[in-house]
Design a protein around this ligand. Structure first.
Ligand SMILES: Nc1ncnc2c1ncn2[C@@H]1O[C@H](COP(=O)(O)OP(=O)(O)O)[C@@H](O)[C@H]1O
Ligand SMILES: [Mg+2]
Length: 213
């Protein structure tokens, strides 16, 4: 099965926006395996459905897979589950199969070393699912350290990296440094969108050019 796992250098870095762009560009399916923070927000599946134009019915049929764990607290998965007396296990997560030959876009929670459950972090879920990683990073100051650390963690575990997406105002210096020191492909640079809506996402989807899972 083809697909990607979207992780990021941080929470709030643009993973969901990138997921929506790729779902739109590839007419892909989307899966958020573990969703936290539902006490305060609607959840990424609904955001992607809206931004990628996955209407209920024909175009959306079978393309949104429900999270395995949905948790209220705006915390990492392990503590959010503990707060509800629930237990997450790595074995709970099995790749769903999209209809036809659609690719699957999977979105993590937070960054790579976020605690998922006893004995496992998000990076262990990535290893289990076996999809190449799209790493979303800020374009601005602070991104070099976060991005290079994240790439080092992925490489230390020999996990495949599809590339990095830089989100925010274009920063050619940071781009060049990440390419050189990270030995990685920059898949796209996404400018600030205003408003963040389905039309804007349709426009950004073209920023990925020929990139395919
Ligand atoms: N390129 C962008 N332009 C405008 N707003 C953005 C952009 N990227 C992200 N955002 C906004 O920043 C917030 C966090 O982005 P999101 O994709 O939800 O991050 P993550 O999934 O990594 O937590 C959202 O409100 C989103 O709309
Ligand atoms: Mg998200």
């Amino acid at each position: 099965m083809s697909g990607v796992f979207i992780s990021g250098t941080d929470t709030g870095v643009g993973k969901t926006l990138v997921a929506a762009c790729l779902v739109r560009a590839w007419a892909a399916a989307y899966w958020k395996p573990v969703q936290t923070g539902l006490a305060e927000e609607e959840g990424d599946s609904r955001v992607v459905a809206r931004l990628a134009g996955l209407a209920a019915g024909e175009s959306g049929a079978g393309r949104l897979f429900a999270p395995v764990h949905e948790l209220a607290a705006p915390l990492a998965p392990e503590p959010a589950a503990a707060a509800e007396g629930r237990v997450i296990r790595l074995a709970d997560f099995v790749l769903p199969k999209p209809p036809g030959s659609r690719p699957l876009v999977v979105e993590g929670a937070g960054g790579l070393l976020v605690p998922l459950c006893e004995g496992a972090m998000i990076i262990d879920l990535i290893a289990r699912l076996g999809l190449p990683v799209v790493l979303v990073a800020r374009s601005t100051l602070g991104t070099l350290n976060h991005t290079l650390l994240s790439l080092e963690a992925l490489r230390a575990r020999r996990l495949p990296v599809a590339g990095v997406v830089l989100n925010g105002p274009a920063n050619p210096g940071n781009r060049a440094t990440i390419e050189r020191l990270g030995q990685v492909r920059i898949l796209a640079e996404l400018p600030p969108l205003n408003p963040v809506d389905a039309a804007g996402v349709a426009g950004l989807a073209t920023a990925f050019g020929e990139f395919r899972p």
